[in-house]
Design a protein around this ligand. Structure first.
Ligand SMILES: NC(=O)c1ccc[n+]([C@@H]2O[C@H](COP(=O)([O-])OP(=O)(O)OC[C@H]3O[C@@H](n4cnc5c(N)ncnc54)[C@H](O)[C@@H]3O)[C@@H](O)[C@H]2O)c1
Length: 253
């Protein structure tokens, strides 16, 4: 059990799925959490769930593809809680429905703006603040797509390769300032994003489970949250620039 009492941080894309589970887990471990999302309804619901469980949280609407929103987000964390000890850059979109040859430019631009530029803006602001403090830990949520392609996800796959590139480069640059940066590569995790791709693929659910995991189930958001808690903790103090697969063994096969 990790103890985040006295610490504070933010989770982007925390209005749904994996981000919500991570926010709940940090709050349950005693951390004060700013829930950031472009979707106010989902974000407010996450805060409600945290309060209901006795935790501390507030919501900040933020489109991570906008530098001004990300700057405002960091300012909110500092105004509310006075410190930024952990940050989970989780917000992303998976908008493709076709082969690469059919992907419209606008879809390419939006995926890259949220998944890559959003992580870039977040890293810039977070590293600046954590370097001022002399400590902090950041986790970027990538994907198994950062290692292995999937049909009809060319731009998403490229964006997740870029997230690992940003993670590793930022990790070597920020280490001297006391900031540790790592990534998690989730496999198939039961969230609205996964449900949308399953609907689109129109394949029997059990076939997808067998292809995507070694233990007969999809991953749960909780599985990713536990990895994030560990990576941001002192227990992971020798871990830098790592891409931790939490994927039911998908990449091992
Ligand atoms: N679910 C999976 O199987 C899976 C697998 C690998 C990686 N991932 C990654 O995990 C992360 C979370 O995915 P999820 O499955 O929980 O997805 P989700 O769609 O359930 O949640 C994503 C959240 O991000 C928010 N968001 C979207 N654009 C945003 C923006 N511009 N600014 C701020 N917030 C924004 C959405 O409103 C939503 O609340 C993503 O980075 C995703 O790529 C998911």
């Amino acid at each position: 059990m990790h103890d985040y009492t006295g610490k504070a941080g933010l989770i982007t894309g925390a209005g749904s799925g994996i981000g919500r589970a991570i926010a709940l887990a940090f709050a349950q471990a005693g951390g004060r959490v700013v829930v950031a999302d472009i979707d106010s309804r989902g974000g407010e619901e996450t805060v409600r769930l945290i309060h209901e469980a006795g935790g501390q949280a507030s919501f900040q609407r933020c489109d991570v593809s906008l530098a001004a929103d990300v700057e405002a987000l960091i300012n909110t964390v500092l105004a509310n809680y006075g410190t930024l000890d952990f940050a989970i850059n989780n917000a992303a979109v998976e908008l493709e429905k076709t082969a690469l040859t059919e992907v419209p430019e606008a879809i390419y631009d939006r995926i890259m703006a949220v998944n890559v530029k959003g992580v870039f803006f977040c890293l810039q602001e977070q590293i600046r603040q954590m370097a001022r403090q002399g400590q902090g830990a950041i986790v970027n949520i990538a994907s198994v797509n950062a290692h292995r392609p999937q049909y009809h996800q060319s731009v998403y796959t490229a964006s997740k390769h870029a997230v690992l590139g940003l993670t590793r480069n930022a990790a070597i640059e920020a280490a001297a300032a006391g900031v540790r940066i790592n990534a998690i590569c989730p496999g198939a995790i039961e969230t609205p994003m996964l449900e949308a791709s399953l609907d689109q693929a129109n394949l029997p659910r059990q076939d997808v489970i067998e292809r995507m995991s070694l233990n007969g189930r999809f991953g749960r958001p909780h599985d990713i949250a536990q990895a994030a808690l560990w990576l941001c903790s002192e227990d992971a103090s020798f871990t830098y620039g790592h891409a931790l697969a939490v994927d039911g063994g998908y990449l091992a096969r």
